[in-house]
Design a protein around this ligand. Structure first.
Ligand SMILES: Cc1cc2nc3c(=O)[nH]c(=O)nc-3n(C[C@H](O)[C@H](O)[C@H](O)COP(=O)(O)O)c2cc1C
Length: 383
């Protein structure tokens, strides 16, 4: 059945469509957060606490949404965050997401545990590509990943800092979600209720973590991704060991998961080019400060020296404007485009970006501000 896109008008609508397309355990993996999901809901709620102070009788017939990121313009102050295993929801979802990002003139970040290889994404999508690195205990393999990203001309390396151990995401064990997928008898009826998704798996095969396909450890036994994170991610990673990665990567280096001025200052001292103010979309440590609430502190500490990106809870174009007004260079989106691709592949990813970019333009016009670069805290107040 084809989708009547004229009725899909918000990211929340795309979320509902995604929920219909994928089986319940997979939807829980995408949608859920850690423990009581306080950080997950706070991320979103933090945006609603800021109210706009609109100006009127301003000529808003032209809206300029371009901003500079690492010395090169992007068409909107937006980028796509890394989301591992996206291909479980739609075949080659990462290629679809990267193509949509390229079409809208914004960067796309490919996750280490992605189901399309970084080489394939570079070949088939192009655009501004960043590679997100999980530092593994296997240092040689980690450096091999870095070298592959360099060889495929990725613009930036995004090192995630908030996964020293796996977060406690309680929806997954409750629903029986595992990687690799292991259908359970009690989930059979649920799977049969999603014939299109089942058909995609039957025709394209069960997605694998292609980026790690030649890594012996990723292929041994039937360990779940959570077990792999627990045993294979480098929990000893620290500012000292990060220096080796800084030295090994000559292009832009971004650190993801920074929520405090102290860590932002460390990032400057390391020679990073950017940070992502992020709590992993509420999927790691629950009850962290909402990323928007952490943003001003990080901007004060490092905004002059680093690109300050932010993710977590961005579901509206107006959220992007609020982030920018509080000093972010650009906002990043994880689930918003993931819902799109999970609902309808590349078309869905496009639709998610169409919704957000149209909302950015509309909110700018209604706010009486024509240039995104001119936004500052004066356009809002706490309400
Ligand atoms: C299904 C899913 C998988 C994710 N996988 C990764 C990952 O592999 N690496 C990473 O650094 N962050 C990962 N994240 C976190 C996102 O990069 C991002 O921080 C988060 O989704 C932002 O919040 P939002 O979804 O509310 O936009 C994942 C998020 C989701 C929802």
């Amino acid at each position: 059945m084809s989708i009547d896109w004229s009725r899909v008008v918000s990211i929340e609508d795309l979320r509902r469509l995604a929920r219909r397309h994928v089986p319940h355990p997979l939807f829980g993996f995408i949608d859920g957060g850690a423990e009581d999901e306080v950080a997950l809901s706070d991320n979103r709620a933090a945006y609603d606490k800021w109210k706009f102070r609109q100006r009127v009788f301003v000529d808003v017939s032209e809206i300029d949404t371009e901003v500079d990121l690492f010395g090169t313009p992007i068409r909107f102050p937006l980028a796509i965050s890394p989301t591992g295993l996206a291909g479980l929801a739609w075949p080659q979802a990462e290629v679809a997401l990267a193509r949509a990002a390229a079409h809208y003139g914004i960067p796309f970040t490919l996750a280490t545990p992605s189901t399309s290889s970084l080489e394939r994404v570079a070949r088939e999508a192009g655009g501004r590509l960043w590679f997100q690195l999980y530092v593994l205990r296997d240092r040689d393999y980690t450096m091999k990943l870095v070298e592959r990203a360099r060889a495929s001309e990725y613009e930036a390396l995004v090192i995630t800092g908030d996964v020293a151990v796996a977060g406690k995401r309680e929806r997954d064990p409750r629903s029986g979600f595992t990687v690799p997928l292991r259908p359970r008898v009690e989930n059979m009826i649920e799977l049969l209720g999603h014939p299109k998704w089942l058909w995609q798996i039957a025709t394209h095969g069960v997605p694998k973590i292609e980026n790690l396909a030649d890594w012996s450890i990723a292929n041994v036994g039937t360990q779940t991704l959570a077990a792999m994170a627990a045993t294979q991610f480098e929990s000893a990673l620290n500012w000292e060991t990060l220096k080796q990665l800084r030295d090994a990567w000559p292009r832009k280096l971004v650190l993801k998961g920074v929520l405090t001025a102290a860590d932002a200052e460390q990032a400057v001292a390391l020679g990073a080019d950017g940070v992502v103010v992020s709590n992993h979309g509420g999927r790691q440590l629950d009850c962290t400060v909402a990323s928007l609430d952490a943003l001003p502190e990080v901007v004060r500490a490092a905004g002059e020296k680093l690109a300050v990106l932010i993710d977590g809870g961005v579901r509206r174009g107006s959220h992007v404007i609020k982030a920018r007004a509080l000093g972010a260079t650009a906002a990043m989106i994880g689930r918003a485009t993931l819902y799109g691709v999970a609902a309808a592949g590349e078309e869905g990813a496009h639709h998610a970006l169409e919704i957000l970019t149209t909302e950015i333009r509309r909110s700018m016009a209604l706010l009486g501000c024509t240039v995104v670069r001119d936004l500052d805290a004066g356009v809002m107040q706490r309400g």
